[in-house]
Design a protein around this ligand. Structure first.
Ligand code: 13P
Length: 240
């Protein structure tokens, strides 16, 4: 299965949610799966498309002001949840252990986690990126006992919102390395695990990114706020 995932972050599409969803739903067809991750209060406004939460709590319920549980996301129609996004890790201090607990609770509640992993520029430049990504995967896998699908999104921190996307070659090599790490450290998830790429994906660079034939789709931030740009990225993935 391949995916085009729109992560709106804390933004809304300027064209309006209804117009955005109508444009995407009309194009959904038999291509890769279109998934939209809006801010929490807008989950129920996403029509005709699969819905993802941008995060969930690591606990099932209780006195956790400001948190949203996996069960609540499910109840509001989400089938997916983005977990371990680098903005959650770096800006909000989420740890590998917390992400592992979130992954487990998401799966227990029937959500498909979109697990984000990614290295910063220091790690990349020091040649340790593949080992770093393997460690993030291992740490996340440690909390999981339930079955269910998992999607992995490789999002190098140096490419997020910077306009500096990974080259097609780097992206393909890293995707292969991520798959190999899943095979070694999380063998029960290996079969057909989709590995997406995210980081400054636009209609202009998408052709180079898909050319190597390794990635299973995209997790798109900035360019996903415009239905036309997001659809152009989606179409570059071709038919399922
Ligand atoms: P940009 O596409 O804005 O770089 O964001 C990528 C991202 O973080 C998606 O989750």
């Amino acid at each position: 299965m391949r995916y085009s995932v729109a992560n709106w972050k804390m933004n809304l599409p300027p064209e309006g949610i209804a117009a955005y969803c109508a444009a995407l739903a009309a194009a959904a067809g038999d291509g890769p799966r279109l998934v939209v991750a809006p801010p929490f209060p807008y989950l129920h406004e996403i029509r005709g498309l699969a819905v993802a939460g941008q995060n969930c709590a690591e606990k099932a319920s209780g006195a956790f002001t400001g948190e949203i549980s996996a069960a609540m996301l499910r109840e509001r129609g989400a089938q997916f949840v983005i977990l371990g996004h680098s903005e959650r890790r770096t800006l909000f201090g989420e740890t590998d252990a917390q992400i592992a607990r979130k992954l487990a609770i998401a799966l227990e509640n029937g959500l498909t986690p979109i697990l984000c992993i990614g290295e910063d520029l220091n790690v990349r430049d020091s040649g340790r990126a593949e080992a770093f990504l393997a460690d993030q995967l291992k740490a996340a896998a440690a909390g999981v006992t339930n079955g269910g699908d998992v999607v992995i999104a490789y999002e190098p921190i140096w490419a997020i919102g910077t306009g500096r996307n990974a080259t097609g070659k780097l992206c393909a090599e890293t995707t292969q390395a991520v798959r190999e790490s899943v095979r070694r450290f999380w063998p029960e998830r290996y079969e057909n695990v989709p590995v997406l790429y995210g980081g400054s994906v636009t209609p202009d660079n998408v052709t180079e990114l898909v050319a190597e034939g390794e990635i299973d789709g995209f997790l798109v931030g900035g360019a996903s706020l415009d239905s036309g740009k997001f659809l152009a990225i989606h179409r570059a993935l071709g038919k399922e």
